[in-house]
Design a binder for this molecule. Structure first.
Ligand code: NAP
Ligand code: GCO
Length: 265
């Protein structure tokens, strides 16, 4: 039974793997036996991350590639397939957020978030799927969000993208299921990464950021998540242990979606 969770001999591509949740999940996949391929946009960060993975015992190979540029994605996938073999596991993790009220948000800013967070996963899935179809097996895991289900002020572009990513996940599951490719999502709660650092920054007087306190009150686990909290879920969805799980969004949120929130003192 436990061998069902092994990723020995598998090749995993994690987009946006130079730090944050992507690095956490890629490390978990590597520790479970996979060879890790990762990408991001900044060459120096990709090089530094590759050294960090290898120092941590993970067999990792980094690519400078922007997920919104189809030519770069296709070239990366072709190079991976030539040098390492068919990609067995794809984690569409790369993503950004822009916290701007709709009235103040430019159309360009809105489109940039949609482009990276929703069109990017489409582009990378489209490039990787043919190899999985030929191999008659594959795992695609899209990193969704609480904002795939809930809204809040200033994150409309992000919520629209992540809501769309939830439905793209379900639709890819429908389209690829007959090829023994399982397509699922992970919806992390509030995780301590560079993306959420502004929401946790201490106030001038040293007190917690109001949003930090708010999230603690809204989370039954009464804490922010860490990238390591996603290790088990991503290995599960990447492994043979989830071969009959398809079109599912697995929320890893400490219970936020189940909770009305703690009454303020
Ligand atoms: P992060 O710390 O900002 O890391 C984002 C990663 O994506 C970086 O490696 C970044 O590198 C890369 N990236 C951004 N745009 C890219 C592009 N166009 N092409 C290739 N790589 C790109 O974010 P995070 O907190 O780890 O979040 C990772 C994913 O989880 C995102 O999809 C996010 O929406 C989602 N998520 C985060 C949380 C949370 O609370 N942190 C919760 C739920 C979901 P470069 O910028 O150098 O390219
Ligand atoms: C925000 C946060 C969230 C998290 C995550 C929650 O501004 O509300 O950045 O969007 O990143 O997506 O699941």
């Amino acid at each position: 039974m436990i061998n069902n969770f092994s990723l020995e001999g598998k090749i995993a591509l994690v987009t946006g793997g130079t730090y944050g949740i992507g690095m956490g999940m890629a490390t978990a996949l590597g520790k479970a036996g996979a060879k890790v391929i990762f990408n991001a946009r900044k060459a120096d960060a990709v090089k530094a991350a590759e050294s960090e993975y290898r120092a941590n015992g993970v067999d990792a190979y980094g690519y400078v590639c922007d997920v919104t540029k189809e030519d770069q994605v296709v070239a990366m996938v072709k190079d991976v397939e030539a040098k390492h073999g068919t990609i067995d596991i794809l984690v569409n993790n790369a993503g950004i957020i822009k916290r701007i009220p709709v009235i103040e948000m430019s159309v360009e800013d809105f489109k940039e978030v949609i482009d990276i967070d929703l069109v990017g996963p489409f582009i990378v899935s489209k490039a990787v799927a043919p190899g999985m179809i030929a191999k008659k097996a594959g795992k695609i895991i899209n990193i969704c969000s609480m904002m795939s289900e809930l809204g809040r002020e200033t994150v409309s572009a992000y919520a629209a993208a992540k809501g769309g990513l939830k439905m793209l996940t379900k639709n890819l599951a429908c389209e690829f299921g007959e090829h023994n490719i399982q397509v699922n999502g992970i919806g992390p709660g509030y995780i301590a990464t560079p993306q959420t650092a502004p929401l946790r920054q201490k106030q001038a007087d040293g007190s917690p950021h109001p949003f930090d306190s708010f999230i603690i009150s809204k989370t039954p686990a009464a804490r922010w998540g860490n990238p390591e909290d996603l290790s088990g879920p991503v290995v599960f969805l990447a492994s043979g242990a989830s071969d009959f799980v398809n079109g599912h969004i697995l929320y890893v949120d400490g219970g936020i979606l189940a909770y009305i929130g703690k009454q303020p003192k």
